[in-house]
Write a new protein. Structure first.
Length: 106
């Protein structure tokens, strides 16, 4: 009985994925700080991972989990490159907001 209550249904995976995607997209559109935008992007990528796992649970295959692991590795590389670019911009120009970056030339 407890196992039935603790096992999430496929619809719950997709609902959680859409909620996280909405929060991530909202954070990318509203925030001006580059690190916050990068964190919102990571949240949106994690929502895609949850959707992959939901599709995997729907079809009873392992492909969704493999795609999720690949996406996690890709997100880690993206976060490392993004943080490196943000840190170099902050060190050179003291720019941490998007509006300050848009004004950079050359």
């Amino acid at each position: 009985m407890i196992e039935i209550l603790l096992t999430p249904h496929v619809e719950q995976y997709f609902i959680l994925a859409f909620i996280l995607l909405g929060i991530g997209l909202f954070g990318m559109m509203v925030r001006k700080n580059l690190i916050t935008i990068l964190m919102s992007l990571e949240l949106a990528l994690n929502s895609v991972n949850i959707a992959f796992v939901g599709i995997d649970r729907l079809n009873h295959l392992i492909d969704g989990e493999i795609f999720a692991l690949f996406t996690i590795a890709l997100a880690a590389a993206e976060a490392a490159v993004g943080l490196g670019i943000i840190l170099s911009l902050f060190r050179l120009r003291k720019a941490e907001n998007v509006n300050e970056i848009i004004d950079l030339k050359g």
